[in-house]
Design a protein around this ligand. Sequence first.
Ligand code: GDP
Length: 304
Amino acid sequence: VALDEGLKKTKEGFFSKLTKAIAGKDTVDSEVLDQVEDALIGADVGVETTVAIIKRIEERVAKDKYIGTAQLNGILQEEIMSMLTDAQSDEFATFDTPPGKHPYVILVVGVNGVGKTTTIGKLSYNFKKRGKNVLMGAADTFRAAAVDQLVIWSERVGVPIVKKEMGSDPSAVAFEAVETGISRGSDVVIIDTAGRLHNKAYLMDELSKIRRVISKKMPDAPHEVLLVLDGSTGQNAIEQAKHFTAATKVTAIAITKLDGTAKGGVVLAIANQFKIPVKYIGVGERMEDLQIFKKEEFVDSLFN
Ligand code: GDP
């Protein structure tokens, strides 16, 4: 699914509200701004981020009396872009691996059902396509279905997988995956984890144990802790991000299911609120449907 196709509903919802807000008006007054605020919140941009965007526009309108509703669209686009640039470091994602990290170990975290397994499959596909040897680790040992699904993806993509019987210690699987990755000379090891959010202390303990055990085999690993969030759940995704960032050091975010949702604005909320690079976005169920998040492209798809 192409990005602008995927974001169509978000765009339509947002712009129909925006058009209504400025209909028959020339000046950007508080009433217009109120409605722009509603439109942003309605697109799941989140209160905090929306307030920040509105404040920036207010400041510009106050400074420049020539800004009218005709310029609003362009200004909004500029301010969203500049907010994203402030929030997201320049470190951008690739499907390559940085030098000196061999294997490059990615720990994938997130609540069940958000698209974690699918994202691991898509990532593996993309790394493999660029000539990387990928190894999967099935450390969600609590759900048989999780391991089964990952096995299906490993076969579909054609990459090996390390797994153990149900109920094994997840950190033991993670350790073995890294160990196997080292001995096989893998370029990338991608490890799935259980996303059981109902017990916060447990989640924290489990993830820190996995990290500790992995680093015994490879001191600087995991190199990436990728949090997967379901974009179609809007504010729920933000809540999950709060829990996971509190439980462990998350270094990158993937936002899935942006195809066909009207809640695509959540990407802006997450990017702004957590200041953690949003590296990947999921725009469909196929292995080709994972894209590297590019700020310009994303904002462009929302506005043009
Ligand atoms: P997990 O429990 O987090 O591992 O979730 P899965 O990877 O099994 O995905 C749950 C469901 O979401 C599956 O039906 C996937 O096909 C679907 N899914 C995952 N990513 C995307 C996406 O980007 N777009 C769409 N439309 N569906 C997705």
